[in-house]
Design a protein around this ligand. Sequence first.
Ligand SMILES: [Zn+2]
Length: 277
Amino acid sequence: MLRILTLALTLAAPALAQSSAQRVQWVQPLAPFRILGNVHHVGSQGLSAYLVTGPQGHVLIDGGLPESAPQIAASIRALGFRLADVKYILINHSHYDHAGGLAELKRLTGARLIATAGEKPDLEAGRTLGRPELEGFPAVTVDRIVEDGEQVRLGPVTLTAIASPGHTRGGVSWLTSAGGKTVLFATSLTVAGQPLVGDRDYPQAAADFTRTFARLRRVRADVFLNFHPEFFDLAGKRRALLAGNAMAFVDPGETRRQIDRAEADFKAELARQQAAR
Ligand SMILES: [Zn+2]
């Protein structure tokens, strides 16, 4: 019995080790900083979270992993803001590496969680339904549903929801203006091991990706942000910012380039999966 157990653990070990190494990498701490205007980075080196501040309260976007919650809370405080002044929490998509800290952050701040109808079932189940291979996370109650084009307002702060499904059913990007610039918080646009052809749980994934690329191509943004820092060179831009370039994150051509790259990757993966059937 013990030998069987040992064998099972040995076989499972590489996958587990890789997963935990990835998590450790993701939560390497990063000092919080102001990106532009009232937009701040409060995430870690490997998982971004953003705080959009205002005189009548603040909006937090994303919660990282479960273990990110105390980091994000500490980063908000380190910037001089009060957790109790965070009134809304938004989420870009409900995978465990973005939604993991939401329940704890909601508890710490007392904020209301705003999400799309497509993400509500997964957030409230604490796992990605139909994708049992993905890790679960603490379940969290959604307080308000937003639709495409709807605005979240808090005093002078406005964030507009741009439905961006594909990577998940209810993925959403957010648009705001800060420091005289338009800032896009783009959801994940990658095909992360998901079936694009003939999937019973999410049969319209490929069609959704295609619509999302077209939708985001119509967005004019001066600043492109994403929740995986390596996708948009957060580290390099942060270095330039701290070296004195106040416009380090401003690049009006980046949204188009990011969508071009994501769409090319999506088409290649779709062709690969169609050929494999
Ligand atoms: Zn994801």
